[in-house]
Design a protein around this ligand. Structure first.
Ligand code: AMP
Ligand code: ZN
Length: 114
């Protein structure tokens, strides 16, 4: 998608602070971190929202979580714990319409989330 911020990070048109990458997934630091560790794991392929996923995306979604585990370990929050969040559409607060898994750690998390 030419008009998508996160697709531009995948293509390199916009610089991302990348912490992990493989053939399917890119993980980079959130520009407005909500925790000492706050990174976003995105598929390199464009999907706008969770509602647009199909069975063909099953492996890709699994790859996002495997990347989350790798990065949480790499950034030193795996043992203490971290939160993964994927917002879908307006009421959940989705602002970038290329799916992304938030990975937050380095502080205590509250439940229920706001
Ligand atoms: P969401 O509100 O779930 O759609 O999350 C979008 C996230 O993307 C927010 O946490 C933003 O801070 C983050 N974000 C927006 N623009 C950038 C950018 N250029 N680089 C890194 N993170 C970004
Ligand atoms: Zn995109």
């Amino acid at each position: 998608m030419t008009d998508c911020l996160f697709c531009k990070m995948v293509s390199g048109d916009i610089k991302a602070d990348v912490v992990y990458e493989n053939d399917q997934v890119l993980v980079f630091r959130d520009i407005n971190p909500q925790a000492p560790v706050h990174v976003l794991a995105i598929p390199k392929q464009h999907v706008s929202t969770i509602n647009d996923l199909t069975a063909a995306d099953t492996d890709m979604i699994g790859q996002l979580y495997l990347a989350a585990k790798e990065v949480a370990t790499q950034l030193g929050v795996a043992e203490d714990g971290y939160r993964t969040v994927m917002n879908c559409n307006a009421m959940a607060g989705q602002t970038v319409f290329h799916i992304h898994l938030h990975i937050l750690g380095g502080r205590s998390m509250h439940w229920p989330p706001g």
